[in-house]
Design a binder for this molecule. Structure first.
Ligand SMILES: NC(=O)c1ccc[n+]([C@@H]2O[C@H](COP(=O)([O-])OP(=O)(O)OC[C@H]3O[C@@H](n4cnc5c(N)ncnc54)[C@H](OP(=O)(O)O)[C@@H]3O)[C@@H](O)[C@H]2O)c1
Length: 120
């Protein structure tokens, strides 16, 4: 039987970057992209969740690579593009998922809170 990915969402031959793609919401985006056939580059600060995601890729005959990078580093964007170019030679999809949510009452927000989220 043809799967939903083959009929409506076939990404074979496409390459995708998911920032924060090994845990939380990003992990789900990564799994869907892999299941649809995309080659994947996960960029994240830590390797949390990567072992499981890599296993999922292997079990589904997918190709997934990991690049450890803090996105708030000034040179992160350039380094990610260079890594993706070296791994895949092109970039079709970017899911710019990594971020922070600082939950606070507006009146209690500190300058440092604004600065932290500004860096993404
Ligand atoms: N969950 C929600 O209800 C919700 C609602 C609205 C919007 N969002 C947005 O959706 C996105 C994902 O949310 P989530 O709940 O899945 O968040 P999460 O569980 O905190 O996951 C965030 C992911 O991004 C990575 N990350 C964070 N800062 C990074 C940095 N500076 N450099 C590289 N990687 C970084 C984290 O890696 P490490 O663990 O290694 O740091 C983690 O893998 C966020 O941008 C969030 O603001 C979420």
């Amino acid at each position: 039987m043809t799967s939903v990915y083959d009929r409506f969402f076939n990404l074979k031959g496409k390459t995708a970057i998911v920032t924060g793609g090994a845990s939380g919401l990003g992990e789900e985006y990564s799994r869907v992209l892999l299941a649809a056939g995309a080659r994947l580059l996960v960029v994240s600060r830590s390797k949390k969740g990567w072992t499981e995601l890599k296993k999922f890729a292997e079990e589904n005959h997918g190709q997934a690579d990991f690049f450890q990078k803090d996105l708030t580093d000034e040179n992160a964007g350039k380094a990610i593009v260079e890594k993706a170019a070296a791994s895949f030679s092109k970039i079709d999809i970017l899911i710019n998922n990594a971020g922070v949510q600082i939950r606070n009452r507006l009146a209690d927000f500190q300058d440092s809170d604004w600065k932290k989220s500004d860096r993404y």
